[in-house]
Design a protein around this ligand. Structure first.
Ligand code: BES
Ligand code: ZN
Ligand code: MN
Length: 512
């Protein structure tokens, strides 16, 4: 999707398949409707069909104007919309444009959107608008014989009638660029997560990662099953053993400063399909386990956006990837395996495979120089019992680190809820025969699973994000479609970009 910014002309003189007017509740009642649209929209007041409530959409055909055949009225509520409302509203607008089969859309940005004291800055507003549009325009790829002629929304023109000064314009464009990068990175993660297990194996996930790395010239490494074994990554090797699609350890490095310092490690669970292995899952709903690489997709999406925005920070991405299958040579309950860290793991349940591969990846992130680590994983059914598909569960060993990430999640609108870490939970991971065991029973399952991974951080500040409920959802809500959501891409990006203290650099103009 191409998004452009312009200002200084009346929106009625523009051409497009549809024009979106952002209209507040007071405006519907007659206070300051855009002059050229007063007649068309004014007809609606009193009908009760459109009242400008936040998030409301109403489609209105325009008579006698073939170059602008339809209006999309988008309600902005009673006050100035915040970033969250604006993002959601724009996702709705994008969906309305799809219903109209519009390929070009003009959005009239209200003159005062970023002017009142309580309003958003132009950067924030531009980001929220572009992000919402790109997120709302997402469609899952399908594999039907018949492909529809309509290819989606191609061109969006954001338009402000008030002529903006060069500096304000620069801020709007910066925000739009950032929102577009965040949105498209999320859509990349959604595309990968929606791919079924037969079309995305560990080696294909590695290819997807390599193509991101090559696009931006990032150093990357993919270890195959032989190298995984030679390195001593016994966890990833064990989980991957039962599949004809061998495991991979995938690494990408993004260096945005002269020194390789203050490195943040982002680690994503890359199980391309989780049958449960010998501890086989039951059949109903097992098809959703195509999404068990949602964490991997999220961290790869982050790298894609870093390539575009080039902040002055340092990040290493790691994806341990395997397919968890029952097979004659699969790992088994009772097995004792030796992880990369040297720690031995007693396997009690082969369906608790995520933590086993993530342990090795966290150790490897340390080898790559990570000084702080965030892991993202569709890790437990237990977190779904607690938070449903509403929020991502967090486990951490550093309240300070987590506070920064929670701030980022407020900006992204992706909810995170912190799970309590009592020392007793750690006790539950003790094994009689090994250093740690991979399953600790039903109680506190989301916390104990997280703490298992945390052991491998060995004291480095670490946050675990359990996206089992939020990565793949059964119905459309807010900016998310049904299926893969790409959750945590935008939160991680908000966090990472905030580490680059010069806000002007986020546009990427300095590195061009
Ligand atoms: N991939 C699953 C977790 C999951 C469940 C993700 C639902 C998305 C939706 C994970 O590997 C798993 O199977 N976890 C087990 C752990 C248990 C055996 C200790 C679980 O939660 O049941
Ligand atoms: Zn799993
Ligand atoms: Mn599992």
């Amino acid at each position: 999707m191409n998004i452009e910014w312009s200002s200084g002309v009346r929106s009625s003189t523009l051409k497009g398949d549809a024009l979106c007017l952002i209209i507040s509740e007071p405006q519907v009642l007659g206070e300051g409707l855009p002059a050229e649209w007063i007649e068309q929209v004014g007809l609606l007041s009193g009908t009760g069909l459109f009242n400008g409530k936040s998030g409301q959409i109403y489609l209105l055909p325009v008579s006698g104007q073939p170059e602008l055949p339809v209006l999309i009225l988008a309600g902005s509520g009673n006050g100035t919309p915040d970033a969250h409302e604006l993002r959601q509203l724009m996702a709705q607008v994008a969906r309305a444009a799809f219903r109209l089969k519009a390929s070009s859309l003009i959005i009239r940005i209200p003159d005062e959107l970023n002017l009142s004291p309580e309003a958003l800055s132009a950067v924030t507003a531009g980001q929220a608008i572009a992000e919402g549009l790109v997120l709302g325009a997402y469609r899952r790829k399908h594999y039907k014989l018949e492909q529809p002629a309509y290819t989606g929304l191609n061109a969006v023109s954001l338009h402000m009638e008030r002529k903006t000064e060069a500096l304000e314009e620069e801020f709007w464009k910066q925000g739009v660029k950032r929102g577009q990068a965040f949105g498209e990175a999320t859509n990349l993660a959604r595309d990968l997560t929606n791919l079924p297990g037969n079309l995305l194996t560990p080696s294909e996930l590695a290819s997807a990662a390599i193509s991101v790395a090559e696009r931006y010239g990032f150093p990357a490494e993919v270890l195959d099953e032989r190298e995984i074994e030679l390195k001593g990554m016994g966890g990833l090797l064990a989980v991957g053993k039962g599949s004809v699609h061998p495991p991979r350890m995938i690494a990408i490095r993004y260096q945005g400063t002269n020194q390789w310092e203050n490195v943040v490690g982002i680690v994503g669970k890359g199980i391309t399909f989780d049958t449960g292995g010998i501890s086989l899952k039951r059949a109903p709903g097992m098809e959703d386990m195509i999404s068990d690489m949602g964490g991997a997709a999220a961290v790869l999406g982050v790298m894609e956006a870093l390539g575009r925005l080039r902040p002055r920070i340092n990040v290493v991405m790691l994806i341990p990837s395997a397919e968890n299958m029952p097979a004659a040579n699969a790992f088994k309950p009772g097995d004792i395996i030796t992880s990369l860290s040297g720690r031995t793991i007693e396997v009690l349940n082969t369906d608790a495979e995520g933590r086993v591969i993530l342990g090795d990846a966290v150790t490897y992130a340390r080898e790559w120089g990570a000084e702080r680590i965030i892991d993202v994983a569709t890790l437990t059914g237990a977190v779904v019992s607690i938070l449903g598909d509403i929020a991502t569960g967090a486990v951490t060993n550093s309240e300070v680190f987590l506070a920064e990430l929670l701030e980022a999640s407020r900006l992204s609108g992706e909810s995170i809820w912190t799970l309590p870490v009592y020392p007793e939970f750690r006790e539950m991971l003790k094994s009689e025969v090994a250093d740690i065991r991979n399953a600790a029973g039903r109680y506190g399952g989301a916390t104990t699973a997280g703490l298992f991974i945390g052991e491998f951080a060995e004291g480095l500040p670490w946050i675990h994000l359990d996206i089992a409920g939020t990565a793949f959802v059964s119905k459309e809500r807010g900016v998310n479609p049904r299926g893969a959501t790409g959750v945590m891409v935008r939160t991680l990006l908000e966090y990472l970009l905030h580490l680059d203290t010069d806000p002007g650099n986020h546009s990427g103009s300095t590195s061009a």
